[in-house]
Design a protein around this ligand. Structure first.
Ligand code: C2E
Ligand code: CA
Ligand code: CA
Length: 553
């Protein structure tokens, strides 16, 4: 469409060139014919001479018409050319700028950066490339609508421009992501820090849009083409410079947002490692590399095994056995935790069928899993499929689950308990659960975090926090489990506190399913004949009527 119009204009212009040619020829002819017609006309009018040749007069008139026609076309041609230039200029501007904020866009930023670097480097200057990303733009959009979001972006642009030196370029790279590039004296890096700090000061003021006051924070990553040794040839390509600023920005997000970082090589290494982990986890889920290990839970009075806590392990081909503390947070972030947890639970239900009927199985559930309103229904369906009695299952949730949608979490806990599953509050004391939540959420058990239990290692064998949690549990009539019992001293101290369950390295480190079987065989605690029922072939739990009661408070 665009090229067609351009062609038409060109065609017209060519025709106009012909018109101009005709006009020029007409002028020449006019000079020639005028030269003979005009003297004889003057002669005829003023001196009674012979009238000029009729044919020549006509030719002269025709010439005049042609000259006027040619001149007009020439003027039009000039106008057309000027208009076309303006249109081309506009098209170029549109292609290079972001229509909302009028700053450069991603494409033109690269060219602008290259040009600025060439100029800066030629006079011994460095450039700093800063990537700016809003921390809470999605919430602003969700809460106030897109037009308010747009207004915030425009206001942010103004604030950034207000701090930038004249020679800097600012671009909106997309969504809520901005970048600027600015030259600086490499011996005076602080100037860039000062600039960014001024930016943060400006950003800390709320944005007033349509009478609404909105707070926005940003995370910033900075990279430079110069380091302490001077120009870094690795960064000859501006793309590499941008990528480094991006990595530094990602690091700022990871460190808690609303802060800035200069790029450092370690960040890139970490990111690469993380990407490899992520890829490994995805592959591991497909290949079933995640396996349940089990930690004994005992009655600390009798020392008898009463249950096992399932703890995930990743048997990675490249890295060996990997701790859940490394892969669980990543699985949560990349949305794989549910699939991973389901795989582990399936395996654990199968393993636990060979254990004595009295032995419980505890599983850890991530806050991310509790965001699914169908979580309880899915878990119960899995229990039915494996013919695993609900009363043998204990679900451990941490206090961080209670920060999000307490109403829904309460409804999930209630559904599970209605079916006979028990629910414990894990790592108690390390999060921020309020006494009110403890009183109103129907937990069956508190687990005292091992960091407190290990305070009992001190020579006095006491811990004010453990004492306090124990009396709190008694007061609320909640049974307690002490985690992290590492030695006899801790055990002795705990024994003096009354009836408790306990677990820890004193009893043994987490073991594989096979090792647990051996342990139980020795203790005479394997499933009795007839206990271990085969799982159902068809999962039959029909949950269609059992809607999650998200509104239950
Ligand atoms: P957690 O639920 O608090 O699990 C107890 C952790 O303490 C386990 O680490 C266990 O090996 C360790 N531990 C047990 N006894 C002792 C002791 O006496 N001394 C010391 N120093 N440590 C002890 P692990 O297996 O590395 O698990 C770490 C965390 O990962 C768990 O903490 C749990 O929050 C999470 N996790 C493990 N498996 C899963 C899972 O399947 N799903 C989810 N969502 N989280 C899991
Ligand atoms: Ca746990
Ligand atoms: Ca714990």
């Amino acid at each position: 469409m665009e090229s067609r119009t351009a062609k038409d204009t060109l065609g017209k212009a060519e025709r106009d060139m012909v018109a101009l040619g005709i006009a020029t020829a007409a002028i020449i002819l006019f000079v020639a014919t005028g030269g003979s017609v005009l003297p004889s006309a003057i002669n005829a009018v003023f001196f009674d001479g012979k009238a000029p040749d009729y044919l020549l007069v006509n030719a002269l008139l025709l010439n005049i018409v042609l000259i006027i026609f040619g001149w007009r076309r020439y003027r039009e041609l000039q106008q057309e050319i000027a208009e076309r230039r303006r249109a081309e200029e506009l098209a170029r501007e549109l292609a290079e700028t972001d229509p909302l904020t009028n700053c450069l866009n991603r494409r033109s930023m690269l060219t602008a950066t290259d040009a600025l670097r060439a100029r800066a480097n030629a006079r011994g200057y460095a450039v700093a490339y800063c990537m700016i990303d809003l921390d809470n733009f999605k919430q602003i959009n969700d809460m106030y609508g897109h037009s308010v979001g747009d207004a915030v972006l425009v206001a942010i642009t103004r604030r950034i421009i207000g701090e930038l030196p004249k020679e800097a370029h600012l671009a909106r790279l997309g969504g809520d992501e901005f970048a600027f590039v600015t030259p600086f004296d490499p011996s005076n890096r602080d100037r860039i820090d000062d600039l960014i700090i001024r930016l943060y000061e400006r950003m800390s003021l709320p944005f007033e849009v349509n009478g609404i006051s909105i707070d926005a924070t940003v995370s910033i990553g900075v990279s430079s083409d110069h380091d302490e040794h001077g120009f870094n040839p690795v960064l000859a390509d501006s793309d590499a410079l941008m990528q480094r600023a991006d990595i530094a920005m990602y690091n700022a997000k990871k460190q808690g947002k609303n802060r800035y970082f200069w790029f450092e090589q370690t960040m890139e290494n970490e990111l690469r490692f993380r990407n490899e982990l992520e890829l490994g986890i995805r592959r591991g889920v497909v290949n079933g590399e995640f396996v349940p290990f089990y930690e004994q839970q005992v009655d600390i009075e009798t020392g008898e095994i009463v249950g096992f806590e399932m703890l995930a392990r990743w048997r990675s081909e490249q890295m060996g056995v990997v701790s859940p503390e490394i892969f669980i947070p990543i699985a949560e972030e990349i949305g794989l935790i549910t699939e991973l947890s389901d795989q582990l639970m399936e395996k654990a239900f199968r393993d636990a069928r060979s254990w004595d009927n009295s032995i419980t199985l505890a599983i850890n559930i991530s806050p991310v899993q509790l965001r699914d309103p169908w979580f309880a229904q899915k878990l119960l369906k899995m229990l039915v499929k494996h013919n695993f009695p609900a009363h043998r299952l204990e679900v451990e949730v941490t206090e961080s689950c209670l920060h999000e949608n307490v109403g829904m979490v309460r409804s999930i806990i209630t559904s599970l308990r209605n079916q006979g599953v028990r629910v414990s509050l894990d790592d108690f004391g390390t999060g921020y659960s309020s006494l009110e939540q403890l009183r109103t959420l129907p937990f069956d058990r508190l687990k005292i975090d091992r960091s407190f239990v290990q305070e009992l290692k001190n020579p006095n064998r006491n811990s004010k926090i453990v004492d306090a949690i124990v009396s709190l549990g008694r007061g609320l009539e909640l049974p307690l489990t002490a985690e992290g019992i590492e030695d006899e001293d801790i055990l002795l101290a705990l024994r003096s506190m009354g009836k408790l369950k306990g677990q820890g390295y004193l009893y043994g480190k987490p073991e594989s399913g096979e090792e647990v079987l051996q342990r139980l065989a020795i203790a005479g605690k394997l499933a009795k004949e007839g206990d271990a029922q085969e799982p159902r072939q068809e999962p039959e739990a029909d949950t269609s009527d059992d809607r999650p009661r998200a509104a239950e408070r």
